[in-house]
Design a protein around this ligand. Structure first.
Ligand code: E4P
Length: 214
């Protein structure tokens, strides 16, 4: 499973990119607003930092407007992926953009049927939201497993991006469920690398080495 970071804050992306673990970045209008920076400049800067797909989300609700925005975003950098909502208008825009060779990420996906429609409309990626499903007492990880199986049976190549990840354990479980990608908030990365036995084991190695040199 590939790892993306789910943020529009440049310092966060730079820090985790230095670890050499990032394959891409996702943003959404809320994350861009939180960054307080210009949308276009932010997406272009992210594309310079991470050499992988960078999702930029449309901010209109009609297909014609989404297509217009999508074409504009795609001109900013060849790694831009146009993020579209999983609605009828989003499907129409997805179909039109994919016919023009523009990659798309269909977001706010909460069911197998939505994922199937996105795939048939030509989506490069589909983003099921794990955390938000759990917020309403539904099994987000099961949805990833079900979409994976549906895509496998149908021979669908659309990649699954597990989104709305809230805990390090979500990362483990969606990886085991066969997700192609997980897009992870910045604050979870340090939690993923830390382990008390690594910390104590390293301390012991360094102490033993130091004592042997005296
Ligand atoms: C995915 O692409 C979204 O940006 C994101 O994962 C949403 O997560 P949230 O439910 O924590 O807002």
């Amino acid at each position: 499973m590939k790892l993306y970071i789910d943020t529009a804050i440049i310092s966060e992306i730079r820090e985790i990119a230095e670890w050499g673990v990032l394959s891409g970045v996702t943003t959404n209008p809320s994350l861009i607003a939180k960054s307080g920076k210009d949308f276009k400049k932010t997406i272009i800067e992210i594309c310079e930092i991470v050499k992988g797909p960078v999702s930029a989300e449309v901010t209109v609700e009609d297909a014609a407007g989404m297509i217009e925005q999508g074409k504009e975003f795609a001109d900013w950098d060849e790694m831009v992926v146009v993020k579209l909502p999983c609605t009828t208008e989003g499907l129409k825009a997805c179909s039109a953009l994919s016919h023009q060779g523009i990659p798309t990420n269909l977001t706010l996906c909460f069911s197998v049927n939505q994922a199937l429609l996105c795939a048939r409309a030509g989506a490069s990626y589909v983003s099921p939201f794990i955390g938000r499903l759990e917020d309403i007492n539904e099994d987000g990880v099961k949805l990833i497993k079900d979409i994976k199986e549906t895509f496998r049976v149908a021979g669908i190549k659309t990649e699954i991006i597990s989104a709305s990840i809230r805990t390090p354990y979500h990362v483990t479980t969606v990886a085991n469920a066969g997700s192609d990608i997980a897009t992870i908030p910045y604050k979870l990365f340090p939690n993923m690398v830390q382990h008390p036995l690594t910390t104590s084991g390293l301390q012991k190695f360094l102490d033993d080495w130091k004592n042997s040199q005296q």
